[in-house]
Design a protein around this ligand. Sequence first.
Ligand SMILES: [Zn+2]
Ligand SMILES: [Zn+2]
Length: 154
Amino acid sequence: MIIDVVRLPDDGMRYEGDEDCSIFRSESDELVRFKGPVHYVLDVSLVGDELIITGKISMNAEFMCSRCSEYSPLYIEESAFLQSMELDLDTQSVDLTGDIREAMLLLFPAYPICSSECRGICPQCGVNFNKASCECKKPEDVRWNKLDDLAIEE
Ligand SMILES: [Zn+2]
Ligand SMILES: [Zn+2]
């Protein structure tokens, strides 16, 4: 999103539009799938030498659950975006694309889960416990067995 500072009206201007999700290219990996563009509605005004941008940025994505590895949709919204910057006399335009990307990245979950009820997958056979069960021995069982052995040795 480019703000044309030279043509900015005295009473400011509203910018509304979309940024393609390719702005995240360097950050994208298997953990997130982008579902459509990043939408912004931003009010831009010039107060003295200071450019002030406020508004809302939102997007839809799917994140891989850190427990079961299934993807689930997540709507991300920054409803109180605020950015201000001091302008030089010769500033013609300001590119806000990086700020829009940063605002969204800050809201990406560090450990996304598909649901607080998610039961994860079996570490041995990989079965999704939300959908099925398995016969593998749970790691907890092994630990308790070792404690039992110690007790017997005494
Ligand atoms: Zn899950
Ligand atoms: Zn298993």
